[in-house]
Design a protein around this ligand. Sequence first.
Ligand code: BES
Ligand code: MN
Ligand code: ZN
Length: 501
Amino acid sequence: MDITFAKLSHPSVGGLITLAAENAGLTVTAVQLDRKMRGALKRAMEAEKFTGKNGQLLVILAPAGLRADRVILVGVGKGKAFDSGTAERLGGHVLGKLKSLGVRHAALAADPIFGSALEASDIAAHMAYGASLRGYQFDRYKTKRPKASTARLRKLTIMTSNPSKARSTYKPLAGIANGVFLTRNLVSEPANILFPAELADRAKALHDDKIKVEVLMPTKMRELGMGALLGVAQGSAHEPRMVVMQWQGAPSHADQTPIAFVGKGVTFDTGGISIKPSAGMEDMKWDMGGAGVVIGLMRALAQRKARTNAVGVVGLVENMPSGTAQRPGDIVTSMSGQTIEVLNTDAEGRLVLADALWYTQDRFKPRFMVDLATLTGAIIVSLGNKRAGLFCNDEGLTQQLMAAGEMVGEKLWPMPIDDTYDADIDCDIADMKNIGSGRGAGSVTAAKFLQRFVNNRTPWAHLDIAGVTWSKKEQMLVPKGGTGFGVRLLDRLVAENYETQ
Ligand code: BES
Ligand code: MN
Ligand code: ZN
């Protein structure tokens, strides 16, 4: 789908979209259309009791006096509440409607909305951004197009009085969207295509965004003593990798200490010898979701030229049962020197992150570390698919993450990590075991395990994204499939708190 900006006009398109605020006068474009339609727009509004409530849609088919096949009126709600986030969600909402109507080319008139703080060019840019996020499709493996989708939306023209201003507001937003799309692509790829070495190669493409990318091979990882990560990898025919990405966007006078993001990249999680049941195991192709977010986030930061220094580190392995696989009861030594009794080979993500976190902290001494992982099924029991779990050792970082999440609609919920949970992973014969003792609080014991690989002077947050990485239904800004949850959240965290002005 192509998104372009143009001057306001009344083009011949499949769908001509115009906005309406709740219980307010019509926009300039709506007044013009109503006149050309000899009052049919107002009559339709009355007949359908269209008040302009946020998200309300009114479709008028084959309007007389116009070249468009449909006029679509979109309620934006109260002018005062119409902010950039609302504009983005509405852009996505409109796109969902255009998809279901089978419109090929649509044009949206972004008129100013009375009472809103947004300029028309902001409305145009943010609606375009929302539409592009919702319009994403993963169709790499479709060799034939079903008939109906030949009528797929090809082109969306956003019309506004100042297209060049809208274009420049849109540019950084499009950079963030490109990051989200990269994440969604990676998460959607099947595990026969996307194994650790291939995922590392995809990360290397970030060279084009002026990101420095290093790939650590198994020999190097052995030298560094990453026994926890290597133990998980040893059952697979595919070698593990660790990828280190660096974006240097801070101006020269600024503090050069980077912020750091760390991702779990299990390209497929069978559970290993503690094998998972077969039903639904295909979902475990997206067990590299945390790594996918870190890679997409790096692209987003680079493409919008964030004025910050950021590093991304991802640990990439495949968790397989085999003659060389790690056994329940094996004891491994992590890079930190701490030993771990692996009582369940399916609790592998924390083993990968243990070494990735330690390595990141040891090498970069970052201002903070945020890790993302599809870590536990238990977080889905706790929070479902509406919010990701937030575990954090620092009150300030907790507040910043919570606020960023609310702003972009990628919401978090704080979970406990107090020391009363810590004894649960103590072990009789090693420093710790990789699962808790009882059945409860599985997400918390997983977080406590990770915390043992972070020195508590570094602000650290762990986001358990197991419930939000994949969506079975469409959402305002998300089609079915990989969501990219985390990219917009962490991009906003950076924009609000960690950029030099
Ligand atoms: N990748 C899974 C967690 C997961 C489950 C993500 C369902 C998305 C959907 C993780 O590696 C895992 O298997 N966790 C175990 C931990 C248990 C063995 C302590 C779990 O949650 O069951
Ligand atoms: Mn597992
Ligand atoms: Zn896993």
